[in-house]
Structures are given as structure tokens and as C-alpha cells.
Design a protein around this ligand. Structure first.
Ligand code: FRU
Length: 920
């Protein structure tokens, strides 16, 4: 946009600089001529045009009326309508033309009247010789020529035209002073030769009688000569008016003796144009411009002709020069046009050069910027490459470390499983030992399986795992797999079969890989299918493909789990079962190596179908993929952990179970392992996730909680938070048990008020000691408040509901210790039992009276406050729910044998003091 504006500006500036001079206003002159049949009128027009040739800015619109006044009136009106700046008119007759001339004049258009006049003064300028004077001079000249005596005939012009009227009057006055001159006759020639000749012919003898004819113009005078010759009056003297130069015109008539004399009557054409220009240039002019006249006869005609010839030649020169000027002007104009074009081209060139320069600069700038950006990008990409190389290196190092470690793990695992198998085969093994060794075997297998899968992935990642396809009978192959799982199925009351209508189905495949695929799918099916369910392998040939379906009646997968089922490391949370995230991903990769596909269809609680499709034939394999067979792995790796965990087979030996521990752990084997070991010293309650654990904690108010951190439904931290936030359970010590080991994670646990944090794998003794010490502390504290509960009571309260009752009762009392209005009614209302039930239950379970228990609890708390808090006795009294300090002191002294004040002082002296109550 701005560039366009710039172009326009430059071009306009150039046009202003190289353009034409300021344009002169264009004028239009209308010229109305009464007629142009005679030489005189033609001469007038020629003079005008010659003069106008010096003024190219003036346009002349010319109309002639053939000596017809009505026509001339119409033509003037036409000129007016066409739009003229000035009117030049030579009216045919004065009166008829006067109104139309006045109309023009009254519209403000200047009017120049030439030769003949109108009957009013409504004009700007009149140009012409004085016709009265012409008539008068003619009269004088006639008298002189006839030497004062003679007869004369006058031929008059158009009677209504002003020259005819004025010349007639002038001539009459001219001859009137010479009495010897007699005017024989006046005839009308109307300015026309033939009319003059015939009018004179009609005078008969008068013409022969006359000595001289005076005609108002030269053409009528020539007509008179013709008439005189015809009448035989050869000596007739004839005088005319006009004395025009040129062929056949007045001067020639005089020099040729056709006329004796002629009075000069100039046309005024040149003057008319000059005056018009003056008027249009607002110059002041006199109303009348009179032209000179003189008598031309034999004495001066020669000189007049010479002069007129000279003028004629000069005019020719002027015309020639004008032609040359016109040519020059044409050349000038074409050169000027050329110059304009050149100028515009130059301007455009300058402009485009500027534009080019600007664009080049801009380009340079952009290039510089781009170069900088490029440099920056190169630098960044170098950095990225370095970083990615470093990352790749680090990753490679990590992966090879990982691979090496996996190998390292495999070796000792194999060394563990080998001797274990031998020991398990040993018949002398006791039931408990066998069970523990089986547990070890199962978990070693599981580890081995995981390590194998990881190594397979590693191989797949680096394309080191190559298919070694051989022809196998898929029916037989599937049958073998089903057989392996059937033992497990029988133990769990499940239906496990191969369903196929094929007798045999030859398929080119890597049997080792397909083993892994089918074992994984079958293991999953067994894992997620409850006992008494069904797991089927369906096999069919569909077109050029073998289709294997592993179908179960298990818990199925949600749409979300199914969407990611084949993603590496995706651990779908399927009813608390978490996988490694490797199995299905590995299956997919292995099936793809066979140019096949694997899909799953499932719905929550609607079972699952995994469909594996592999192409038949061997054309899809590369030659190097068709070499030999691969070994099939030991299938028990996969089936070992599909059986229910043997539980409770080893009955723990119950020792002195003083405390109840809630164990919250999602791994059933670990749960069982810990439970068995704790059972000797603790009553163990079990929960398999955080949610269940929380419910049980509120229900049974255990003495301690051991809790895993990573658990489905609700994790350990969430459980801990809720336990510690609730007044009913806040006092319960919680031990967090986890494989998460970062310091931040430990801090998180401790911030949530975990009482201990034990990292897996742990030495069981640490857990045991931690628990023992927490229980001892808790017991220690509790004795401050429940010192009256008989020591044997805790062991007696072994049943869970009773334990729950005692916990609830004691916590209600503890929570109301500072409430002096607290009554037994509050307790049984809160516990939602009857008063009698409460009395009986407390007596039976705790062997104590309720009021006495409350009092003892208050006193116990009071002792604690007196010992550990820096507050007055009175404050302690109110804090522990006594209605007055005096009553508190009385009761305290009667029970402890010492006043509170003395007790406080004594404890200060003794430092920490002895917690043990002095009463029973
Ligand atoms: C031409 C003419 C002249 C004469 C004049 C008078 O038409 O007849 O010969 O002098 O007009 O208007």
C-alpha cells in the first residue's frame, strides 16, 4: 500500500515538473454572419481565421444565414444553446435581429456587432467604417467628378440594413450642397449585382440620361456597369463601395476602369477577433470602433494594389510560418509525449531502484537475522544431539546394567531353585518347612519369570530376538498347553479345555515364542478367573489364518484397562491385582514378529477373550527366519502362582498374646508370612487393602497397625492420615511397611505421624522389635490411665468383640476426663447399650466398678499432669473433671495417702518420679 502511494507521489511530482505550462482558459466565440455568398463576407471570415490562428485556445463556431434574417435569428439561438463566451454578429437586417441580440447581451454574454448594426445599443462593441461618412464622401466626390453639374442615379443596398440607410443619408447630404447635381433616381439592388443590373435596366431612358451611378457596394456597381453598357451609355461614370483587394474585387474593378472609383470599406474581421480577446480579458473598450475609409480611384489604385499585394504576400508568409509553427508544435508535442514517457520511465526506474535498494537492505537484515537464528538453531541442535547422545549413552548404560543385573539375578535364582527342588522332593520334610520352602520356590519362580520377560524385552528392543519358525501342528501345541494348565484347573474346580474342530493345523511359528504368548494369556486367564470358572482355548482356521482364542469367565477388564492392556509397563488395577506391565506387551511384540495380531474383548465381570491371529504358510517370513526350531521353556514357571496360596496350614503356636495387631497388606503371601511369625505374640487381624484396613481399625481398635504403603483402593498413607486424624484411633501406633525408599517418601510417612517406617525387604526381627517396643510404650502410657485394669484382663480379652467393647468404653472415659458433668448415662448412650448391660460387661471384662474406674482414670490423669505439666493443683483439678480443688485434694489424699500439692513437690524433688501406682 505504502509503495503504491510512493509511486503516485513520485509520478505526480514528475508530472508537475515536466508537464505543460498552466492551461489557458478555453474560449468559444460564436460568429453569426448574415451570408457569405460575396467576396467581402468571405474576406471577413478569412481575416478572422487568420487572427485566430494566433490563439489556439479560442474556438470559433461559425454560422451563416444566406441573407435570411429569420434563419439568422434561429442560428443565434442555437449558438446561445451551445454555450458561447462571446457573440460576433453581422446582422442581416437591423430591426428583426435586435431582440435576439438583446437576449444574448442580457444574459451577460458580450456581443460585438460588425459592419451592420442592430436597432438598439444592447451590444458591447460595434466595429465598422462610418457608413454615413462613406455616403457623404461619395456625394462630395461625385460633385467634384461631374464638376458641380450632372445627373445621378443611386443604387441602394438592402433597405432595412443599417449601411444602406446610413450611406443613403450621407450621399443625399453630400450632393445637397451642390445644386448642379441632380438625383435622377434611386433603385434597390439589395447588395446584389443582378438585382442592381435589372433594377437599372428597368429605368429605361433614365439610365441613358444619367451621367453617373453611385452604388452602395462594388458588386452592385459592376451590375450598373453591365446595365449601362447594355443601354449604350458607354461613358457612364460609376462609383462603388468596398474597394476590396483580390481577384475580381473592387480594386481590380477600379484599375480595370470598370469603376471610376470605390470607397474603401474594410471588413473589420481582424479587429473583431482582437476586440473579442480584449473583452474576454476584461479590457475596457470604447463602445464603437470606427474603421478608416478613403476614395480609391485611378490616382491611388495602383498604390493600393501594391500595398494589398504586399499585405497578401505577408499574409502568405505568416500562413507559411504558421504552418511551420504548427509542424514544430506537432513535433514538440510528440517530443513532449516522448519526454513524458521517458520521464515516467525514469521516475519508475528511480522508484524501482529505491525499492530494490530497500528490499536488498531488508533482505540483508532478514538474512542476518536468519543467519543468527540458524546459528542458534544449529547450536541448540548440536546441544540436543549431544544431550541425546549422552542420554542414549546413559540409557544404554542403564539398560546394559539392567541386563547384566538380570543375568546376575538369574544365576543365583537358578542356584536357589535347584537345591530347593531337591529339598522339596525330600520326603522327610515336615509340613511347616515344606510349606515355607514351597513359598520360597514360588517366589523364586516368579522372580525368574519376571527377569526372563525383562530380558525378552531387552532383546526385542534391540531387534536381537529373531523368529526361528518351523512347522508345528497348532492343535497339538495348544493341547499340550491346556494339559499343563489342567492340573491347576482341577485343583481349583475349573473347566480348562481346548475347543477345536480341526484335527490338525500346521502353522509356521517359533514355538518358544508362541509358548510365551499362550502361557501369558493362560496365566492371565487363570489369575483373573475365580475358582469353579472356565478357561478355554478355541482354535480355528479362518481363510489363510489360524485364530487362537483364550477365553475366560473371569472378572474381565474395564474399557480403560483394556485400552492400555498391551502398553508396556501398564499396570491395570484389576480388582487389586497388579501385573508387571510386561506380559501382554511382550505377547503383542511376539505375535507381531509372526506378522499376526492380538486383540482383546472384555467387559467388567463378563470375562475376557484374547484373540491371536497368525498367517498360515511361511511366505511372510524372511529366509533367515525359517531356520530350525527354538526350545520351549519350562512351563511351570507360569503356572506355579496360579494356585491359591496354601494358607493356615501351619498353625502358629500361640504365645502370650497381649496385643491385637491389624496387618494391612495386599500381597497374600507376604501377609501370610508376617501373620505366621507374629501370631506367637500377637492376635493378628488381616486386611488386604487400605479401605478394608480402615474399616477394621475403627471396628476393632487394635493395639497396633502394620500397613503396606503401595496398595490398591486406598494406599498406606491415606489410611495413616485417617487413622491419625480420628480421635478414636489416633492413639494406635502405625508401622508403615514399604519398598519405597527415598528419604522424601520416608519423611512423608513420618509427617503423617507414622510411628515407624520399615523398608522392604526387611529383617523380620526389626519388625518384631519395632512392634514390641511400640506396644511396650503404649502399655506404659496406658497404665497411667487404666492402672486399675487387672493385668490378666488383657489376655482374657482375646475375643475381638470384647476387645472392641473395652476399647470403646475406655476411649469414651478418656475423651471425657475433663468433663465434670460426665456420667455413666453418657457412656451407655454413646455405646448404644443399656445401663445394665454396661454395668455387667464392665464388671465381667474389667472386674471393676464403672464409677471407680472413672475416678481412678481421673486420678491417674491428675497424677500425670502433676508430674509432667507446669500447672497449679487447682488447674489440674478442673482439667481432670473434679468439681472443685478441695474435693480433688480430699479424694486424691484418700486414695494416694498424699495431698496433690505434696505429690507435686515430691515428684519435682525426685525428678521423673515413679509411675507405678501406689494403690491397686
Ligand atoms: C457585402 C456587402 C458589402 C457592403 C456591406 C454592407 O455583403 O454588401 O458589399 O459594403 O455588405 O453591409
Amino acid at each position: 500500500m505504502s509503495r503504491t502511494v510512493l509511486v503516485v507521489l513520485i509520478l505526480s511530482a514528475f508530472a508537475a515538473g515536466c508537464g505543460q505550462p498552466a492551461k489557458i482558459r478555453h474560449f468559444r466565440i460564436g460568429f453569426s454572419q448574415c451570408g457569405d455568398a460575396d467576396h467581402w463576407r468571405k474576406s471577413m471570415l478569412a481575416e478572422m481565421q487568420r487572427e485566430l490562428s494566433f490563439h489556439p485556445d479560442i474556438e470559433l463556431i461559425y454560422k451563416q444565414a444566406d441573407d435570411n434574417s429569420q434563419l439568422q435569428i434561429r442560428q443565434v439561438k442555437e449558438l446561445l444553446a451551445e454555450g458561447i463566451d462571446l457573440l460576433i454578429i453581422s446582422p442581416n437586417e437591423a430591426s428583426p435581429l435586435t431582440p435576439v441580440v438583446e437576449e444574448v447581451y442580457n444574459q451577460g454574454i458580450p456581443v460585438i456587432v460588425v459592419d451592420r448594426k442592430i436597432a438598439s445599443t444592447s451590444y458591447t462593441n460595434y466595429i465598422g467604417a462610418d457608413n454615413y461618412e462613406i455616403g457623404r464622401i461619395a456625394g462630395e466626390y461625385v460633385a467634384a467628378l461631374l464638376k458641380g453639374k450632372g445627373k445621378v442615379i443611386e443604387v441602394i443596398g438592402l433597405p432595412a440594413s443599417s449601411p444602406a440607410i446610413e450611406r443613403k443619408r450621407g450621399f443625399s447630404d453630400g450632393i445637397s450642397r451642390h445644386p448642379g447635381i441632380r438625383l435622377l433616381e434611386q433603385v434597390h439592388g439589395d447588395w446584389v449585382m443582378q438585382k442592381s443590373e435589372s433594377a437599372l435596366g428597368n429605368t429605361g431612358n433614365l439610365l441613358r440620361e444619367a451621367d453617373l451611378v453611385f452604388a452602395h457596394n462594388d458588386v452592385m456597381a459592376l451590375g450598373a456597369r453591365h446595365a449601362a453598357i447594355r443601354a449604350g451609355a458607354h461613358d457612364m461614370k460609376i462609383i462603388g463601395v468596398d474597394a476590396l483587394p483580390g481577384k475580381g474585387a473592387g480594386l481590380e474593378m477600379v484599375s480595370g476602369k470598370q469603376l471610376n472609383a470605390s470607397l474603401l470599406y474594410p471588413t473589420g474581421g481582424t479587429e473583431a477577433i482582437r476586440n473579442a480577446i480584449s473583452i474576454m480579458n476584461k479590457a475596457l473598450l470604447p463602445k464603437e470602433t470606427f474603421l478608416q475609409t478613403l476614395v480609391v480611384d485611378s490616382t491611388n489604385v495602383r498604390m493600393m494594389q501594391l500595398q494589398s499585394d504586399k499585405i497578401f504576400n505577408q499574409q502568405k508568409d505568416i500562413e507559411l510560418q504558421q504552418g511551420m509553427i504548427a509542424e514544430q508544435l506537432r513535433v514538440y508535442k510528440s517530443q513532449r509525449t516522448m519526454l513524458y514517457v521517458l520521464g515516467i520511465t525514469l521516475c519508475a526506474a528511480v522508484f524501482f531502484a529505491g525499492l530494490l535498494w530497500y528490499s536488498r537492505n531488508l533482505n540483508k537484515q532478514i538474512n542476518r537475522k536468519l543467519a543468527l537464528q540458524n546459528e542458534e538453531i544449529s547450536r541448540q541442535s548440536r546441544q540436543l544431539m549431544e544431550m541425546s547422545a549422552a542420554a542414549a549413552e546413559a540409557n544404554e548404560a542403564r539398560i546394559s546394567f539392567f541386563t547384566n543385573i538380570s543375568h546376575e539375578i538369574r544365576t543365583p535364582l537358578t542356584l536357589i531353585t535347584g537345591p530347593l527342588d531337591e529339598m522339596l522332593q525330600h520326603s522327610r520334610l515336615q509340613g511347616g518347612d515344606r510349606q515355607q520352602l514351597s513359598l520360597v520356590r514360588r517366589n523364586a519362580n516368579r522372580l525368574l519369570h519376571l527377569v526372563n520377560q525383562l530380558m525378552d524385552f531387552r532383546k526385542l528392543e534391540f531387534s536381537k530376538m529373531q523368529v526361528r519358525a518351523s512347522e508345528n501342528d497348532l492343535v497339538l501345541f495348544c493341547h499340550e498347553i491346556v494339559e499343563i494348565f489342567q492340573q491347576t484347573a482341577r485343583k481349583r474346580g475349573m473347566d480348562c479345555r481346548l475347543v477345536t474342530s480341526e484335527r490338525s493345523l500346521p502353522v509356521w511359528m517359533d514355538s518358544g515364542m508362541m509358548d510365551k504368548v499362550l502361557f501369558n494369556l493362560m496365566s492371565n486367564a487363570f489369575k483373573f478367573t475365580p475358582d469353579q470358572g472356565a478357561v478355554l482355548i478355541k482354535l480355528e482356521k479362518r481363510g489363510g489364518e489360524a485364530v487362537i482364542q483364550v477365553q475366560d469367565t473371569g472378572i474381565g477388564m474395564s474399557a480403560e484397562v483394556m485400552q492400555h492392556a498391551f502398553d508396556t509397563f501398564y499396570q491395570g488395577d484389576v480388582n487389586n491385582h497388579k501385573g508387571s506391565g510386561l506380559g501382554l506387551a511382550l505377547c503383542k511384540e511376539l505375535v507381531q514378529l509372526h506378522h499376526g495380531s492380538i486383540t482383546a474383548s472384555s467387559g467388567k465381570n463378563r470375562g475376557t477373550i484374547f484373540t491371536v491371529t497368525i498367517p498360515l504358510g511361511k511366505d511372510h517370513f524372511r529366509p533367515e527366519e525359517l531356520s530350525g526350531s527354538s526350545a520351549r521353556e519350562e512351563p511351570q514357571f507360569y503356572t506355579a502362582d496360579l494356585l491359591p496360596v496354601p494358607d493356615e496350614q501351619l498353625e502358629p503356636v500361640a504365645g502370650n498374646r497381649r496385643f491385637v495387631i491389624l496387618l494391612v497388606e495386599d500381597n497374600p503371601e507376604l501377609r501370610s508370612f508376617i501373620r505366621l511369625r507374629l501370631s506367637h505374640d500377637y492376635e493378628v487381624l488381616e486386611a488386604e487393602n487400605g479401605q478394608q484396613g480402615l474399616q477394621m481399625a475403627f471396628e476393632y481398635l487394635p493395639d497396633g497397625i502394620i500397613c503396606d504403603v503401595m496398595m490398591p483402593v486406598k494406599d498406606g498413607h491415606a489410611l495413616l492420615k485417617e487413622i491419625k486424624a480420628d480421635v478414636r484411633t489416633a492413639h494406635i501406633p502405625v508401622v508403615l511397611l514399604t519398598a519405597r525408599v527415598t528419604p522424601d517418601q520416608q519423611v512423608e510417612g513420618l509427617q503423617n505421624k507414622a510411628d515407624a517406617y520399615i523398608v522392604k525387604p526387611f529383617d523380620f526381627k526389626i519388625l518384631q522389635h519395632t512392634l514390641n517396643s511400640l506396644m511396650a510404650n503404649r502399655s506404659h502410657l496406658k497404665e497411667h490411665f487404666t492402672a486399675d485394669v487387672p493385668a490378666g484382663l488383657r489376655s482374657a480379652v482375646s475375643r475381638k468383640t470384647e476387645l472392641r467393647f473395652v476399647s470403646e468404653f475406655t476411649s469414651i472415659v478418656e475423651n471425657n476426663i475433663g468433663n465434670e458433668d460426665f456420667s455413666i448415662e453418657d457412656i451407655y448412650r454413646q455405646m448404644n447399650i443399656s445401663k445394665v448391660q454396661l454395668y455387667r460387661k464392665v464388671k465381667a471384662l474389667m472386674g471393676t466398678n464403672i464409677n471407680e474406674y472413672i475416678l481412678n482414670t481421673r486420678l491417674q490423669k491428675a497424677r500425670y499432669c502433676l508430674q509432667h505439666e507446669d500447672i497449679s493443683v487447682a488447674e489440674v483439678a478442673y482439667k481432670t473433671g473434679f468439681s472443685s480443688p478441695a474435693y480433688f485434694s480430699t479424694v486424691f489424699k484418700s486414695k494416694l495417702g498424699v495431698s496433690p500439692t505434696a505429690y507435686k513437690g515430691k515428684k519435682k524433688d525426685n525428678g521423673t518420679g515413679n509411675d507405678k501406682a501406689e494403690w491397686t
